[in-house]
Design a protein. Sequence first.
Length: 190
Amino acid sequence: MDLFIIFISAAIVNNFVLSLFLGICPFLGVSNKTSSALSMGMAVTFVMVLTAIVSWILYFLILIPFKLEFLQIPSFILVIASLVQFVEMVIKKVSQPLYRALGIFLPLITTNCAILGLALLLSMREYSLIQSIIFGLGAGAGFTLALFIMAGIREELELTDVPKPFRGVPISLITAGLLALAFMGFAGMI
């Protein structure tokens, strides 16, 4: 039950994008089409799970025993940058169309504050390795869910008659705000 609560909390109740407001740049940048949103969400989820594993090992098995906790942020940034490069190379090799569709947003996963936030929250909450993996999976699932919902709404908005002053970025920001308010309703759940 504890692992289920960690997953649901990370995915819905404390959604990184809609509740903690981390990862807003890719959330707004890649949420034009559901296909690219789903692909970006899966890439971010993969990086989050790997980050959870590697940062847990790094923090609890290297930094704490050698009293190097002050190197936490630079070492997490190095881990994230390395993992994103790995994911970028894999996607480029496996799917050229997906690589082109994600464009500049793929290498920008490195600067996605949601991933650094994940690594920092893992060390602050002192999760076990299994709990960290579940937390990373839940955070990635929540990121994907938020991205996919926003992309679906934006696809529908292109087919509707939006007043001229609200077209484009304004309606996207209004929609993101309303979506965040809707997710805040889950706050009393857990």
